[in-house]
Write a protein that binds this ligand. Sequence first.
Ligand code: Z5A
Length: 209
Amino acid sequence: MLGKIISFEGIEGTGKSTQIQYLRTFLSSKDIDSVTFREPGNTYIGEQIRHLLQHDPDACNMCAETELLLFEASRAQLVRELILPTIYNSIWVICDRFFDSSTAYQGAARKLFEKIVHQLNHFAIGECVPDLTILLDIDVDLALKRLQGRKEQKDRIENEPTEFFRRVREKYLQLAAEEPARFFTVDATLPVETIAEKICTHVQKRFAL
Ligand code: Z5A
């Protein structure tokens, strides 16, 4: 049987990485092997693109169209090099962001033409649509506050104004409302363990584990 694909989405600092760890522990308790992939990245090509997109100071003049195409290029490589072989091996894939990020960040926040973003997303992923997408939702100011203590320097996208992240959040909520069968939205202001319990209970029911 094919492994499932579960993606996590949300603005920065919503707790995606934290919750992915809890979900993998839960899956493991059900004897399900899983791997996590983060976007952009994982493949050699994807990691080079990640550096260009986020950390290369010489790429700070990147235009929105280039940004979108680079995210899609990293995604196309990830799907074919790692995600498909993994699910064909009956291993579940947990994606720390996937194509909904491009819809929210490049489509809604950068205001690129939505139809083009949609077409490029589908060109990059092919048939590889997640079985479930978990949206961790939080007020933008609260999420930014959580990240204030971080030591690392802010990357190119993190330096965008608060309004940019408000548009991202709004788009995510709209996507979740439009596709209730795929999305499960959780209030990310709850305590870590409560969120994990909600997610694991949903996954257990959704996939009859
Ligand atoms: N991007 C894009 O524009 N288009 C695309 O198509 C794709 C991505 C795929 C990737 O960022 C950037 O690329 C991202 C979107 C853009 N840019 N922005 N902004 P990344 O991979 O470097 O990081 P991230 O995905 O945005 O997430 P993150 O910074 O790693 O945060 P997180 O994983 O959601 O949260 P966390 O690390 O688990 O938790 C953050 C902190 O909150 C930490 O101190 C936790 O201990 C704390 N935390 C977690 N949960 C809680 C609860 N429940 N209560 C209190 N505190 C909590």
